[in-house]
Design a protein around this ligand. Sequence first.
Ligand SMILES: Nc1ncnc2c1ncn2[C@@H]1O[C@H](COP(=O)(O)OP(=O)(O)OP(=O)(O)O)[C@@H](O)[C@H]1O
Ligand SMILES: [Mg+2]
Length: 260
Amino acid sequence: MGGVSYIEVADLSVAYPDPSAANRHLLAIDRLSLSIPKGAFISIVGPNGCGKTTLLLCLAGILKPTSGNVRIAGVAPGKTTCGYVFQNYRESLYPWLTVLDNIALPLWLDGFARAKARQAATELMATLNIELPVDRFPYTLSGGQQQLAALLRAVIHKPAVLLLDEPLGSLDVPSRADLCDAVQRIWQAIGATTVLVTHDLDEAIQVADTVVAFTPRPARVADTVEVPLPRPRSRDILHDPQVVVWRDRVHRAMTGGRDS
Ligand SMILES: Nc1ncnc2c1ncn2[C@@H]1O[C@H](COP(=O)(O)OP(=O)(O)OP(=O)(O)O)[C@@H](O)[C@H]1O
Ligand SMILES: [Mg+2]
């Protein structure tokens, strides 16, 4: 990952209290270091439970590291505007607000009048060519529609940092491809330094400048693969022989060198 570092993760370790044994700890991240240039798009892949969400929580300033440091533009996380699509998106939309108000909420909290915030949300959806039943409440939408709403809410205020925790997980294949394109368009439009966690290696490669593969817990960097392909990128790039080699390398890093 070349360029001047914007997000700097230095020797980060996170230990949780072990839920199954009093006075014991469970190490989720072990002395992890990462350096992400401003405006870059990074994908993170790794086995279940290895510490990916834990890292995003530290980048957002929601979780305090046990040791080591996270700095964004030289200051502690939480001081930078940040958009976050949580892995448990179903619990992250406010059930008492309509879909449009959910999407508009970050602007509203920033001091925009409600009508103006709602208008900005409508315009964002029009720009991205996304349709949702915006006057309904989130729990009346399908899982995929809720995920879309959570994604729009995360970017409505054009954050400097965008953290996406499996944001396309419950979408069907065509919707996933559309949204993958939308994520790239959003990223190019707002220029946010973006970290995407995904289990889909194709998706990871298609969107990212760099794919970082984590080891099983505790998370450490198993391998880093640069993807210096031109943009915009469609799914066609996945047939590129280079991409096939990169996918294989990421897969091997995640499985510790095993073939399957
Ligand atoms: N609050 C908590 N208390 C105790 N252990 C926790 C807590 N949160 C996470 N863990 C443990 O820390 C480890 C890393 O969790 P994390 O959610 O970061 O994994 P992940 O890589 O995001 O997994 P997945 O791909 O399944 O989402 C797991 O073993 C998990 O059980
Ligand atoms: Mg997770």
